[in-house]
Design a protein around this ligand. Sequence first.
Ligand code: B3K
Ligand code: ZN
Length: 881
Amino acid sequence: MRKDTGRIFRIEDYRPCDYTVPAIELAFTLGADETLVTAQLTLERREDVPEGAPLVLDGDELALVDLAIDGKTAAPGAYEAGPQGLTIARPPSARRFRLTIRTRLDPARNGTLMGLFRSSGVWCTQCEPEGFRRITYFPDRPDILSVYTVRIEADRDAAPLLLSNGNPVERGDLEGGRHYAVWHDPFPKPSYLFALVAGDLAVVTDSFVTASGREVALAIHVEHGKEARAAYAMDALKRSMRWDEEVFGLEYDLDVFNIVAVSDFNMGAMENKGLNIFNDKYVLADERTATDADFANIEAIIAHEYFHNWTGNRITCRDWFQLCLKEGLTVFRDHEFSADMRSRPVKRIAEVRTLRAHQFPEDQGPLAHPVRPRRYREINNFYTATVYEKGSEVVRMIRTILGPDDFRRGLKLYLERHDGEAATIEDFIRAFEDASGRDLEQFALWYHQAGTPNIAATSTYDAAAGAFTVEIEQSVPPTPSESRKRLMHIPLAFGLVGPDGRDIEPASVEGATVENGVIHVRKRRHTVRFGGIEERPVLSLNRGFSAPVTLAMEQSGPDLAFLARNDGDLVARWQALNTLFTEALIRGYHAIRAQKAASFDDGLIATAGAIAADETLEPAYRALALTVPAETDIAREIGADINPDAILAAREGLVAALAAGNAGIFADLYGRLADSGPFSPDARSAGRRALRNVLLDHLSAGAAAPERAAAQFADATNMTDKAAAMTVLAHRFPGHGETVEALRAFEARHGDDPLVMDKWYQTQATVPGASAVAMVEALTRHRGFSLSNPNRVRALIGTFSTMNQTGFHRPDGAGYRLFVKTVLDIEKRNPQLAARLATALRSWRSLEPERQEAAREALTALAAPPDLSSDLRDIVERTLA
Ligand code: B3K
Ligand code: ZN
């Protein structure tokens, strides 16, 4: 593994490489134990670089076999090669020359899951961001674009399937039961997009005819016997391809498109040119094994990786500081796709929830960084919610500011101008400025400045003057290494909701630029005066979550309840009820901490009941509305001196009050939503199940016995209903006979299906309370548990540490001790996974003092080993700083 060197990479140090690599030929000889790689690089010295400038190539844990320069074996003194790099001090003076590098790899022992590794016997690669240097010596940086030709040779029985990027050119048999295939990718690409897969897999095929009439052969490769479970992914792929043509005018550009599903993968999936590699969790689904959430994730991730073909692959990043250039934009594109495939408001609410749950804590804690960071120690730690999700929000704001037409023109200009190039955020912004004639300089701070801006707003109505005045103030809190912040351009969509529930159009506006229902906040303070307002309106601000900010609005309970029932913007309407829930929970929390009972307002309970019963709202929307903020959401809103036990108690109190106050409505609805007819994963059917399962949880909170959940578990004909019932049993009725039996039956039925069993681990990892630690510890010794399968580790340890607030943050530190031991074990083989897990401690300073001390000890223990990887060292040191 890559040990920490302490080196910091800075954006201002960027300079182009002295040599480019216009072409590379790779030959892989795959063997049971070792793999031999021959790389033939065509190198070209840049015009402005003097003859003989040293050539420095990256490597990571490499073993060189031999090296030839222009076909002649190089003498050992002609170069310096070590595991971490190769330097030729005096390369040939000709502008162009060739290097032939042979390296020997041991994929079976590569636990990092970077470079070439084996997963369930399948050879596969992961090169982003710096994995290619684990295969051969290379200038492994995204601004080096090369044309790849790849020959793969392997045993025919072990690997009937031989895949790489681009189009297939040739294949044939060899002596001794071996065979080979040659692939050529005509599109120059950075090394991080290289991929190879070899193994014995089943295939599902289909085809797609592009808008211009080219036929593309589509294939999804999965483990034998799992072919039927790839049907939904194939359907999602074809819908993605059509959608990108229709919405963005972007067509696929190769003859084939391959997707491979593997079971050991550090991330969701990877967009390698023409050969996407997926965590099988995001490919395989059918009603008996996958939940509706799994189906939705598959649709989104298949689309995301496919969309990268243009935003990421055809136009890539100049350096890794520009990661959001491809990720933020591609997340925005996949969000839009899902919104078109499903329900737009429901999708938007889900995005807001995700952003708040994952990005806000990052932005508000020790790991905060700008959407485009300026420095990093380990780039793998920058595949963050800030780069991805906030990066997407920034693109969305550009559309809000420019309007859809100029936005489309700007994006088209960016794609045309930079096709085949490695670009920067400046290039991206310039395209929108050029297409729209607008100045985005102040707006660009969203890329450069970390931290979640806060908007404070108040409003007053002057009936005599017919004026409604809104006071808005922006502030950006300090973040690590950025103590002083500049004022941002924040687009706030809004509405003035009249007593009849309709928006009032003001006759005049003063105090800020207001365009198309958006207030453009650019100064510290704005006093926006709306004239010609005859009745007192209620302000609906940040509609559609137009800006990723925290909002502190002085709004009365009745006004919020009014918005929750009437706001024409469904996202803002959801927000109003959510704010009411949050405020009630925080009051309950403080009451509990003061040893008093929490009580909940009848009006709020009735509002929630009315929304549950409102048949004009789609079920998926009602499910979101009735979902009480999670413990982590409440903790984030409280902000400091957190006691997770009191949060859990407050939340349980509210859920029980909702159930008690609406028992009739909930039970009736639960009965009427029962599934009838054949299963369909479509959004409408999924929405009905989602609502029914939220109701099951609420009704069970008010029930003395687990009958309803046990019956649903027994009767369920799909995994969504079954897993939901199992979770309600485990969380609300721990230790009950029905719960024990359900967990046993689930394991007996699905014990040999890892993806399904992950749900079983997750359910138990989230059982609230102090006893979870012992249970999770026992599960680490369960025969199905393995530290080398990232999905399993995330299901148990990742879920426990991020979703089980009362168990993980036990005041005696027992949760942390189990966590530290496991993370350090994982670090030895897979540092990237260990570092990702360690971010669970990032909000430790917001805990109450006793837990804070225990967390500090845990972080100190994580930092203690002398030879930590750069991945874990980077996270732990920043978290402790
Ligand atoms: N680009 C990859 C992520 C690579 C992560 C490397 N640690 C998947 C994606 O965002 O589409
Ligand atoms: Zn991506």
